[in-house]
Ligand binder design. Structure first.
Ligand SMILES: [Zn+2]
Ligand SMILES: [Zn+2]
Length: 331
């Protein structure tokens, strides 16, 4: 397997895919039906179905009964917390083990050919891995669980609009379908907000320590960022929803950041074919900071002037933007 068929190293030694980052023709006017139909399978498979399916399994088999959740008691809250910790260890741990411990494909398709530094004083407890595990398990999973537990408790007590799946099957499916897009929009807004310098230096900087990220960097964040990042649960407190929706969201928001931070463009599979991880945009965000606050389907970065498609032209445009900002600051 040779990754030079798919990309090349730039003059600073970073590997980049040949294919530029493109938005699917979904949010364009006039609507392009052919583009939308071509995009749908990629939207649903594998990740939409994976996290939606996982949310459904969690609701059916790994969530306490509604009657029990009417009262906030330690037993069922601890159960949800341990379930989330276990899923985190299994799903994120597997990616870390395969790519960073076993190093199954070496640095093939790795954007930064170097492995994350062993020891660095900038990290909590001295290394990126220890730092990531600390912020993930001490703050990330507890705050994620707190949002989920509160949503389940509100639902069990009828304090948020309840969707009856039998009476409203179309709304049930439609909202389920839109969960990833709603997440993308919410993530962009929160992420853009915490890049405001006073919030960035206080909070978001913790996540950006990971200039050469790995799967455990995904929700390695300051607790204030966790509070904001997981606040997408609020959407399902307002719109008529079912736990199938907010558990779909919960699984995606808690577990999918790992795959967006692997630092690899592709995973080499056993038969020497490759599996594409479409997260080069977020890797560029970690390297260049003021670009690609979101990645995916809605062209928000394009609309707000922060899109970087991976090309040299985008590098030049960013350098120009930075020069202008420096000039403005001096005035
Ligand atoms: Zn950021
Ligand atoms: Zn990130």
């Amino acid at each position: 397997m040779d990754d030079s068929d798919f990309g090349k190293e730039d003059n600073r030694g970073y590997w980049k895919p040949n294919e530029l980052i493109r938005y699917p023709g979904v949010f364009v006017w006039p609507p392009q039906l052919v583009s939308i139909l071509g995009w749908l399978p990629k939207y649903l498979f594998p990740w939409g179905v994976f996290y939606g399916g996982l949310g459904t399994l969690v609701w059916l088999f790994l969530t306490p009964p509604v009657e029990q959740m009417r009262t906030l008691t330690l037993d069922w809250i601890a159960f949800v917390f341990i379930r989330n910790c276990t899923l985190m260890v299994l799903i994120v741990g597997l990616q870390h083990y395969w790519l960073y411990i076993r190093r199954a494909q070496g640095t093939l398709f790795k954007f930064n050919r170097k492995w994350p530094e062993g020891k660095h004083p900038g990290f909590t407890f001295g290394t990126q891995l220890r730092d990531n595990l600390f912020w993930t398990f001490v703050f990330g999973v507890p705050i994620w669980t707190a949002w989920e537990v509160t949503s389940l408790w509100l639902y069990a007590n009828g304090m948020i609009a309840q969707l009856d799946p039998i009476a409203n099957p179309i709304w049930l499916i439609l909202l389920w379908f839109f969960v990833p897009l709603l997440h993308e929009f919410h993530f962009f807004c929160v992420h853009r907000l915490i890049h405001w310098p006073p919030l960035y230096t206080r909070f978001h900087k913790v996540h950006h320590r990971n200039s050469n990220p790995g799967p455990w960097s995904g929700i390695s964040m300051h607790p204030v960022e966790h509070l904001l990042y997981f606040s997408g649960f609020l959407i399902y407190w307002i719109v008529p929803a079912h736990p199938l929706h907010f558990l779909h969201y919960s699984m995606m928001v808690g577990l999918s950041p790992a795959q967006g931070h692997t630092g690899f463009d592709r995973v080499v599979t056993k038969d020497k074919s490759t599996f594409h991880l479409p997260y080069y945009a977020h890797y560029l965000h970690h390297r260049l900071f003021e670009v690609n606050y979101s990645d995916g389907t809605i062209p928000l970065d394009k609309w707000f002037g922060s899109f970087h498609d991976g090309s040299e032209e985008a590098d030049l445009a960013l350098a120009e933007r930075r020069a202008k900002q420096r000039k403005k600051r001096k005035q």
